[in-house]
Unconditional design. Structure first.
Length: 217
C-alpha cells in the first residue's frame, strides 16, 4: 500500500509539472476566441476523450483562422512575406512609409510583420535575432500591417521580448493598431515591456531609439 501511495504522489507531481500551469494562466489572457477554443479542447479531453478533444480543437482553430482571414483588409492580403527584414533598396518607392525616407541610426534594426500575427509568424520571429550577425542595441518591430494577433502570436512575442532582454537589446513596437494593442494590453505584454516601448508609428519609435542610443552612450 505504501508503494502505491508513493507512486501516486509521484504521478501527481509529474502531472502538475507537465501541465505548465503558468502557460495555461497566460493563455487565459489571450483573445477570447482563443480562450474559448482552449477551454473547449481542455474540457473535452479531460471529461470525454483525447481524440475527441484534439479533433474538436483542430476544427475550432481552423474555423477561427478562416474567420479572421476573411476579416482582413485587402492591403494585408497583398503582402508576400510573413516576416521580412525591411531593406531600403527593396522597398516599394510608392510607399510613403518606406525607410528610405528615414534615418536609421547605427545599432538599430527595423523588421516588419506583414499580415496577421498567427502561428505562421511565430517560428520566423524566434529566429530573427539569431540570424543577425550581432544583436542590435535597439530592435524595432513594425506592425502597421498586423490587423490581428492570436494566442500563439502573443506567446511568440513574449519569448522574443525575453530573448531581446537576455541579449541586451531594447525592443520597441511601432505602428501598432487598435486591435493588436488591445490584445497586448489584455495579455499584460505592454505592462511587462513598458508602455513607453509601444508606438503608433515608426517615426516615434525611431525618435525613441535615437534618444536611447544617445543616453546610453
Amino acid at each position: 500500500v505504501a508503494v502505491v501511495v508513493v507512486v501516486a504522489a509521484v504521478l501527481v507531481v509529474v502531472a502538475w509539472n507537465i501541465s505548465e500551469v503558468d502557460h495555461f494562466r497566460a493563455l487565459l489572457r489571450a483573445p477570447r476566441p482563443d480562450v474559448l477554443t482552449l477551454l473547449t479542447t481542455f474540457g473535452l479531453t479531460v471529461f470525454m476523450d483525447l481524440t475527441v478533444g484534439v479533433g474538436v480543437g483542430v476544427v475550432l482553430a481552423a474555423l477561427l483562422f478562416m474567420k479572421r482571414m476573411s476579416e482582413l483588409p485587402a492591403v494585408a492580403g497583398l503582402q508576400q512575406d510573413v516576416l521580412s527584414g525591411v531593406e531600403r533598396e527593396s522597398e516599394d518607392p510608392r510607399d510613403p512609409g518606406r525607410l528610405a525616407e528615414r534615418h536609421i541610426p547605427a545599432g538599430v534594426e527595423v523588421y516588419e510583420i506583414n499580415g496577421p500575427f498567427f502561428f505562421g509568424v511565430a517560428d520566423k520571429l524566434k529566429d530573427t535575432l539569431r540570424q543577425l550577425e550581432r544583436p542590435p542595441r535597439v530592435f524595432i518591430l513594425r506592425m502597421r500591417y498586423v490587423p490581428h494577433i492570436d494566442a500563439t502570436g502573443l506567446h511568440a512575442l513574449e519569448e522574443f521580448a525575453e530573448k531581446c532582454r537576455r541579449e541586451g537589446t531594447v525592443l520597441l513596437l511601432g505602428g501598432v493598431h487598435a486591435h493588436p494593442r488591445q490584445e497586448l494590453v489584455r495579455s499584460g505584454f505592454i505592462e511587462r515591456i513598458g508602455a513607453a516601448h509601444v508606438f503608433d508609428n515608426l517615426d516615434d519609435a525611431l525618435e525613441c531609439a535615437t534618444r536611447w542610443l544617445e543616453g546610453s552612450g
